[in-house]
Design a protein around this ligand. Structure first.
Ligand code: LLP
Length: 404
């Protein structure tokens, strides 16, 4: 993404052209960015040669998943729907892991019938159900047990998963108990210890603490896990002066961990693969001048992108056309939905903009479209994939008549 002659380009196509051709609001993904992110991820963790299972919940678009499959990644799924979608994208079952605290019996049966790599269980109840299904089918099923390491991921509270008060995984005590109880089961084979402490983690230190806890528990259990699934959570840079995770530091930590414990590493990255590859192109419907600020009312709203409303997340908002004139007044970019939280960003001042201008909300490739809804009976936006000079619709805009 860069400006050429003051116009913003995503790869070789201007945002203005995309807006004109496909309308707004419009999600756009850059092929180049996704492939760079994947290559960069692979390169940084090359020495530990992990199985990289893309976290489908972050972006479940079929074309994006097919692209991810082309790069050899597997999938981390959390529902039957995501599993079917991943298989439809031709991701091999032996590269798919199934996570989640509440998999239903139907979901478990389906996953077992598809012979996926492993099911990461999160409670004894779930293990009991898997054992029953396995017994009935006279099969031995591979599972992982998710540990709740009681670690603070130092990220947004609402997306932390590794503290003992969070619903995820089992405590260290329970983990050891389950291992003892089920390690000789005829119907399940515990092949993995899984852990995921949260999302948008920008320091390697929480991972260091996590690995210490995992190391301690493995030593205590004296059990050999074929896989160690470390989850995802690698944070990206949302603003110019914010940090992203230093992969090399994390890689180093894992390398020293593997000297003591020889397991195959699984990662489940979502945001770090697609987050900065997505843009939400929007049009300014009105600019309302209030006493203390200008409200810039967009045609996209919290139903299209809920992260600011839900987590107070800040996404950069940039103009499609640069203008040297600045207006030194506060600007608040908002959506049209009848909720005070339908607001994207406050900025101290902005370049001169007007009704009808195109603006771009950045870094929305992860947890953007997947969290969209029809709130206020607004149709979901179109999704476009840009590859050099080509643009392709990868999900059509919902038609109003189909949601009424
Ligand atoms: N593995 C497990 C078990 C997870 O729960 C998650 C994310 C991931 C992997 C992928 O994490 P990532 O690499 O994308 O950070 N909607 C929130 C994020 C929720 C994350 C949920 N779990 C947001 O918009 O920030």
């Amino acid at each position: 993404m860069k400006y050429k002659k003051r116009l913003l380009y995503i790869e070789n196509v201007s945002a203005e052209r995309i807006a004109k051709k496909f309308g707004t609001p419009c999600y756009v993904y850059s092929y180049d960015k996704i492939s760079n992110n994947i290559n960069n991820f692979k390169k940084n963790f090359k020495t530990i040669s992990p199985l990289i299972c893309f976290s489908v919940k972050s972006n479940s678009n079929l074309k994006i998943l097919s692209l991810i499959n082309k790069f050899g990644l597997g999938a981390d799924v959390v529902s039957k729907g995501e599993l079917i979608r991943a298989l439809k994208a031709k991701i091999k079952p032996e590269k798919i892991v199934f996570s989640g605290v509440g998999k239903t019996i139907d979901e478990l049966k389906f996953a077992i019938s598809k012979k996926i790599l492993l099911i990461n269980t999160e409670s004894e109840n779930e293990i009991v159900e898997i054992e029953k299904i396995a017994k009935k089918n006279k099969k031995k099923i591979n599972i992982g047990i998710r540990l709740n390491p009681n670690i603070d991921a130092q990220t947004i509270k609402k997306i932390s998963t590794g503290k003992k008060e969070n619903k995820f995984g089992v405590t260290e005590k329970k983990f050891l108990e389950l291992l003892k109880k089920y390690k000789r089961s005829k119907f399940i084979s515990i092949i993995c210890l899984s852990v995921h402490i949260g999302s948008q983690i920008t320091s390697h230190l929480p991972y260091k603490n996590m690995l210490n806890v995992v190391n301690k528990i493995i030593q205590k259990s004296k059990y050999k896990f074929k896989y160690l699934d470390l989850g995802g959570g690698m944070g990206i840079q949302y603003g110019n002066n914010l940090n992203n995770l230093d992969y090399s530091k994390y890689n180093q930590l894992i390398k020293s961990f593997l000297k003591k414990n020889n397991s195959k590493i699984i990662f489940e990255p979502g945001r770090s693969i697609v987050g900065n590859a997505g843009y939400l192109i929007s049009k300014i419907t009105y600019i309302k001048e209030a006493d203390s600020k200008n409200f810039v009312i967009l045609d996209s709203a919290m139903n299209d992108l809920i992260r600011p409303a839900l987590y107070g997340a800040k996404h950069r908002i940039i103009p499609s056309k640069l203008n040297r004139k600045k207006i030194s007044k506060k600007h608040e970019f908002v959506g049209p939905i009848c909720e005070t939280t339908d607001t994207f960003l406050n900025v101290a001042n902005y370049q001169k903009i007007k009704q009808g201008d195109i603006i771009i909300i950045c870094d929305v490739g992860a947890y953007g479209m997947v969290l969209s809804s029809n709130y206020n009976l607004r149709p979901k936006p179109v999704e476009i994939l840009v590859n050099k000079s080509t643009t392709k619709i990868i999900t059509k805009r919902q038609k109003l008549k189909n949601i009424i």
